[in-house]
Write a protein that binds this ligand. Structure first.
Ligand SMILES: Cc1ncc(COP(=O)(O)O)c(C=O)c1O
Length: 380
């Protein structure tokens, strides 16, 4: 047997990682400005994270959701405190798509409707409902296409028309669109969605899978918008710093019923301890604030660079557009300067999503290397 060949792979084999650095099997050192799709929040192999997981492994690593698992309550309490959503409940699962799928289900149960609205450029994952609401026909199989999905432009008038005509259970939107190349929805648009959702009895779901967990300089990207309080918020990626865990934060207006949601692996002891360790490090090292300050400086420097046509984002969730295609520059950054960056749906865009405790000097090295890569590739 061999792995099902669905991923185009870079020809590098990392075998060790620490903080914002990776080492391959040839002994080469790399700077990680991508965090494996925005997953590495507190840095690779953080000592506190390792210690917490090792200690837990020696006690109990798994039991299903049929017994008391006190660490789930500890995690919900700490996440509530650090995110400012103390009155919400937490449902735990194992990935971002699964978190969205459960949020969609909850909205549908609660409203007794089946239709959903999402937006052009959106990425919500690859489970059936989540992928139906993802704006990429290539990854929607006929089986998924049966959902009542309305993928709309970010236009409140168009959204209201659909809400009037169709039975809509919810509206799902990313705090900042990631795969689309770091596109920040307008504050007025998000607040307008909230008003429309209330008016038409639909639930507002904020997908914070990529933009949450301090990445943008607030715990959640939507918290940059005063007065915005979604019914459901989904999290994953940075939540476990590489350990598979996801979750849905659920408004107290949505009551739980036994059996309405469920999963075997969600909320297991090891996943919860990994997520606790992430929050503890974020809190003690003030990583959200760090992301904010480093992001401001980096964004200013990138904006001033020749060959860069636009810089978008908040904190350490940055998208930059180049005059030419991004692929040759990204490959020069890896081959010549040993820096990982991310791509996006738009061929001209590079995504920067480093660990939130990356150092200012590592970002300096990135900016200098990036400038050189642009010159070497005759972009400027
Ligand atoms: C905004 C957003 N939602 C959902 C997902 C899906 O998460 P996962 O790959 O953990 O299922 C992603 C993954 O890239 C994402 O960026």
């Amino acid at each position: 047997m061999k792995p099902f060949d669905v991923y185009p792979l870079i020809d590098i084999t990392p075998i060790k990682a620490e903080g914002y650095k990776l080492w391959d099997d040839q002994g080469n050192e790399y700077f990680d400005l991508y965090g494996g799709h925005a997953v590495i929040s507190i840095g690779h192999n953080h000592p506190h994270y390792l210690m917490r997981i090792k200690e837990q492994l020696e006690k109990i690593s798994f039991y299903s959701n049929s017994v008391q698992i006190p660490i789930q309550k500890e995690l919900a309490t700490l996440l509530g405190k650090l995110s400012g959503y103390e009155d919400y409940d937490l449902f735990l699962c194992s990935s971002g798509a699964e978190a969205n799928e459960n949020a969609l289900k909850l909205a549908s149960f609660e409203t007794n409707k089946a239709g959903f609205i999402s937006f052009k450029g959106a990425f919500h994952g690859r489970t059936s409902g989540a992928v139906a609401l993802t704006d990429n026909p290539k990854i929607i199989a006929p089986f998924n296409a049966a959902h009542q999905a309305h993928i709309l432009p970010m236009d409140l008038g168009v959204v209201e028309e659909v809400l009037k005509r169709k039975d809509i259970a919810g509206i799902i939107i990313e705090g900042i669109q990631g795969v689309a190349g770091i596109q920040v929805p307008g504050d007025g648009f998000l607040l307008g969605l909230q008003t429309l959702a209330k008016q038409y009895g639909a639930k507002l779901i904020l997908d914070e899978v990529q933009s949450g967990y301090g990445r943008t300089g607030k715990f959640f990207a939507h918290q940059w918008v005063e007065g915005l309080k979604p019914d459901l918020i989904t999290v994953a990626k940075g939540m476990g710093n590489g350990f598979p865990i996801g979750g849905v934060l659920i408004s107290p207006d949505i009551p739980a019923k036994h059996g309405m949601l469920g999963t075997t692996f969600g909320g297991n002891h090891l996943a919860c301890v990994a997520a606790m360790a992430v929050l503890e490090v974020m809190d003690s090292e003030e990583l959200t604030e760090n992301a904010h300050h480093l992001g401001l400086k980096l964004t200013d420097r990138l904006k001033a660079m020749e060959g860069v046509t636009q810089v978008r984002g908040r904190g350490l969730m940055i998208g930059l557009d180049l005059e030419g295609e991004a692929a040759p520059i990204r490959s020069a950054l890896i081959k010549d300067f040993r820096i990982f960056t991310g791509n996006a749906a738009n061929k001209h865009t590079i995504r920067i999503l480093p660990p939130l405790n990356i150092s200012a000097s590592a970002l300096d090295y990135f900016v200098e290397s990036f400038e050189k890569a642009l010159v070497l590739n005759k972009v400027v």
